[in-house]
Design a protein around this ligand. Structure first.
Ligand code: ADP
Length: 603
C-alpha cells in the first residue's frame, strides 16, 4: 500500500509539473476587476511548505511548492484514506487547485471528506507561505458544459459498478458476450460493495473442518430463511446458499486472496464468513474490475442511467447522462440493473415502511446511513416506470454500527457489548435487527463494543484494514491499560464494567451464556490494553426491490419476465426476507450477478 501511495504521489507530481508547463499563469495575478494583467506585489515567501489536515481516514500531509506568486507544485506525502474510494480525489483535487490557482475547488462526489482534507492541507501550506488568501481561496465560477448526444451499442448494458454489476459483466463475457458496456454514476467503481465489511458467507467445509466448525448448506439455508423471518422466496435462498461456495472459488480463480480463517461477522449467526486479505470490499472490486476489463468490458464512469428504453414490450437499451454526453445505449441481448439499494435515501426508506421489523414509529427520524451516496434507488424507480414489480419494500436493515465506527473488529467472537451503564443487554451474535432494536432501548440508543489487546495484531491494523492509531487519534476507539481507566475514559461505572467483564469471561470458559444465550465464543477479554468503540444503528441494507426469478429475470405486474430486463444484487428483493444475515450480501451479489450474466446470454 505504501509503494502504491508513492507511485500515486509521483504520478500527481508529474501531472502537476506538466499542467504547470502548459497551463499556468505567467507569474502575474489576473486582475479580475479591470479584466487585464497588472503587476502586484506578492506577499509570498517562495519555498516548500508542509500542510496538514484531517481526511476521512486520518491525517493528510502535502508538500506545496510556492513560487513568487503562484502554487508551483503539490505532492501528497502521506494519507490513510480508503484505497480506491479516495483515488479520484487524489487524482483531481491537486490538479484542479493547480489549474485554477485556488484551493476553493469543488469536492469530488463520493469522496467528499478526502477532497476536503486535501484542500485544507494545501490551504494550510499556502497560508504558511504568507500568500494572500483572498486570491488563493477565491471562489470559482460554475462552468456549464454543453452536452452532445451519442449512441452506443453493445450486446449487454449493465447499470451500476458495484459487486453485482461487475460480477454480471464478467459472467456475461464468460458466457459469450462480444460487447458489454457497464455504466457507473460515481467517479469510482465500488458502490456499497467496496465499503462493506467484506465478509462472504459460504459453507466452506475444507476450512471450517480445520477450525472444528460444524456446518451445512441446509443450515445456511435455514438460518438465512429463518433469520429473515421466513419472508424471503425460498427458491432464491436455495440458489444463494447452494452456489455461494462456487462463487468463492470463482473469485479465487480471478486472483482473490482469502484469509485462511473463517469468522463470524456481526449478524452472520454462524462461523461461515469467508474474509478477504485486502481490507473491506476492495479485494472484490479490484479483482472483478480487472477481470471485466481483461475480457473487454467498456466501463463508463460518471455516467448515470436515467431511464430504460422499451420497444414492443422488450427492454432494448438505457438512456444515460455523462459529464459531457447524453447517451443512448442500445442493448442487443438485454440490460442488467445492478444499481444497489436505497439506504442512502432516507425519504424513500421511510415512504415504504409499514409493518416490517422497523416501522414509522420505531425508526428514529434522525438516523445515519452506512451507504455510499449513490445508493438512491434509481434502478428500482426506472424499472417500476416500465412496469416492473417490487417486493418486500417495507423491510430494511440497520447495521448496529455506522460505517466509520467498525472499531478494532466487525466480528463478534472476541468482544462484548455494553450499554452506557456498563451492562451487557443483548447477545452479540444475534441478528442485526435484534441488536439494533435492543440498542434503541438503551440510554442514548448507543453502546460500546469492548475488546482487549488479544485482538490487536502487531501491525496495529484493524480487521477492516484501518490504522488503529488513527482511529484512537480521531476518538473513534478509546484505548486504556486497565478496565478502570477504560471505564473512566468512556464515562461508564467502573464497577459495572468490571463485573460485566468477569461474568462474560466465565461464560467464555463454560461456553454458556445464561443471560442472553450467546453461542459464538472466542477468547476471554482479560489482557490490557482494553478498547471501547462507541456504536449506534445506521441504515444499511434495503431488502426489498425488483422481483426476480431464479434466472434473475425481472418480473412484471403479472409475474411474467419482462423481456430483455435482468437484475442482480441489492436492487432486487426476495432473497433476504425481513432481515439479512451479516455476510450474505456479498454472497448475493456474486451468486446472482453471475446468474444474471449467464441468463442475459440466453444460457
Ligand atoms: P450491489 O452490492 O448490489 O452491487 P453496490 O451498492 O455495490 O450494489 O453498487 C451499486 C452501484 O450502482 C453503485 O456504485 C451506484 O453508484 C451505482 N448506481 C446507482 N444508481 C445508478 C444510476 N442511475 N446509474 C449508474 N449507476 C448507478
Amino acid at each position: 500500500m505504501k509503494s502504491s501511495k508513492r507511485i500515486l504521489a509521483l504520478f500527481i507530481c508529474l501531472t502537476l509539473v506538466f499542467s504547470m508547463l502548459v497551463g499556468c499563469s505567467n507569474g502575474q495575478q489576473k486582475d479580475e476587476n479591470n479584466g487585464g494583467e497588472s503587476e502586484q506585489t506578492s506577499s509570498i515567501k517562495p519555498g516548500k511548505y508542509i500542510g496538514k489536515a484531517s481526511g476521512y481516514g486520518g491525517p493528510i500531509e502535502v508538500e506545496v511548492e510556492m513560487g513568487e506568486d503562484k502554487i508551483e507544485g503539490i505532492t501528497v506525502l502521506e494519507h490513510s484514506e480508503t484505497v480506491r474510494i479516495s483515488a479520484p480525489a487524489f487524482e483531481r483535487i491537486p490538479k484542479a487547485i493547480m489549474d485554477n490557482q485556488t484551493v476553493n475547488v469543488d469536492a469530488v462526489s463520493g469522496c467528499t471528506a478526502s477532497s476536503v482534507g486535501i484542500k485544507m492541507a494545501v490551504k494550510d501550506a499556502v497560508e504558511q507561505s504568507g500568500a494572500d488568501m483572498d486570491i488563493f481561496n477565491k471562489k470559482l465560477e460554475k462552468q456549464e458544459v454543453a452536452k452532445t448526444d451519442e449512441e452506443k451499442t453493445a450486446e449487454v448494458v449493465i447499470i451500476g459498478g458495484g459487486g453485482a454489476g461487475l460480477s454480471a459483466a464478467v459472467s456475461s463475457l464468460e458466457n459469450g458476450a462480444k460487447s458489454v458496456i457497464l455504466i457507473e454514476k460515481m467517479p469510482a467503481l465500488g458502490g456499497n460493495t467496496i465499503l462493506a465489511g467484506g465478509a462472504y458467507n459460504a459453507v466452506n467445509p475444507e476450512k471450517q473442518k480445520a477450525q472444528g466448525i460444524e456446518d451445512s448448506i441446509e443450515k445456511h439455508f435455514q438460518q438465512t430463511y429463518e433469520g429473515g423471518h421466513k419472508v424471503a422466496n425460498p427458491e432464491l435462498v436455495k440458489v444463494l446458499t447452494e452456489n455461494a461456495l462456487d462463487g468463492v472459488k470463482w473469485l479465487e480463480g480471478y486472483g482473490l486472496e482469502w484469509k485462511e480463517k473463517i469468522g463470524s461477522v456481526v449478524g452472520a449467526m454462524w462461523e461461515r464468513s469467508n474474509q478477504t486479505v485486502e481490507p473491506l470490499g476492495t479485494g472484490y472490486i479490484n479483482v472483478l474490475e480487472k477481470a471485466a476489463l481483461d475480457k473487454g468490458c467498456e466501463i463508463l464512469l460518471e455516467t448515470k442511467a436515467t431511464g430504460l428504453i422499451m420497444e414492443d414490450g422488450k427492454i432494448v437499451g438505457v438512456k444515460a447522462e455523462g459529464i459531457d454526453k447524453n447517451y443512448t445505449l442500445k442493448a442487443e441481448k438485454g440490460v442488467i440493473v445492478a444499481t444497489g439499494g436505497y439506504a442512502a435515501n432516507p425519504e424513500m426508506v421511510r415512504k415504504y415502511l409499514s409493518d416490517g421489523v422497523y416501522t414509522k414509529d420505531n425508526l428514529p427520524e434522525k438516523i445515519v446511513s452506512t451507504n455510499a451516496p449513490g445508493l438512491q434507488g434509481e434502478g428500482i424507480i426506472m424499472a417500476e416506470e416500465i412496469g416492473a414489480k417490487v417486493i418486500d419494500m417495507e423491510h430494511i436493515q440497520l447495521l448496529p454500527m455506522p460505517g466509520d465506527k467498525f472499531g478494532p473488529s466487525i466480528n463478534v467472537e472476541h468482544s462484548f457489548f455494553i450499554n452506557k451503564e456498563g451492562n451487557r443487554y443483548v447477545k452479540e451474535d444475534g441478528g442485526r435487527d435484534e441488536i439494533c432494536l435492543a440498542t434503541f432501548e438503551q440510554p442514548d440508543g448507543q453502546y460500546y463494543m469492548i475488546n482487549d489487546s488479544k485482538i490487536i495484531p502487531e501491525n496495529r491494523l484493524t480487521l477492516s484494514g484501518e490504522k488503529l492509531d488513527n482511529l484512537i487519534a480521531k476518538g473513534t476507539v478509546v484505548e486504556a491499560d486497565t478496565l478502570d481507566d477504560l471505564a473512566k475514559a468512556i464515562n461508564v461505572p467502573a464497577e459495572n464494567l468490571k463485573a460485566t467483564c468477569e461474568k462474560f469471561n466465565s461464560y467464555v470458559e463454560s461456553k454458556n451464556d445464561p443471560e442472553f444465550g450467546r453461542a459464538v465464543w472466542g477468547e476471554k477479554i482479560d489482557k490490557g490494553p482494553f478498547y471501547a468503540t462507541l456504536r449506534y444503528p445506521a441504515l444499511h441494507h434495503t431488502m426489498g426491490g425488483l422481483k426476480i426469478n431464479t434466472k434473475c429475470e425481472v418480473l412484471g405486474q403479472d409475474d411474467n419476465p419482462i423481456p430483455g430486463l435482468y437484475a442482480a444484487g441489492e436492487v432486487t428483493g426476495g432473497i433476504h426476507g425481513a432481515n439479512r444475515l451479516g455476510g450474505n450480501a456479498i454472497a448475493d451479489i456474486v451468486v446472482f450477478g453471475r446468474i444474471a450474466g449467464k441468463s442475459v446470454m440466453g444460457k
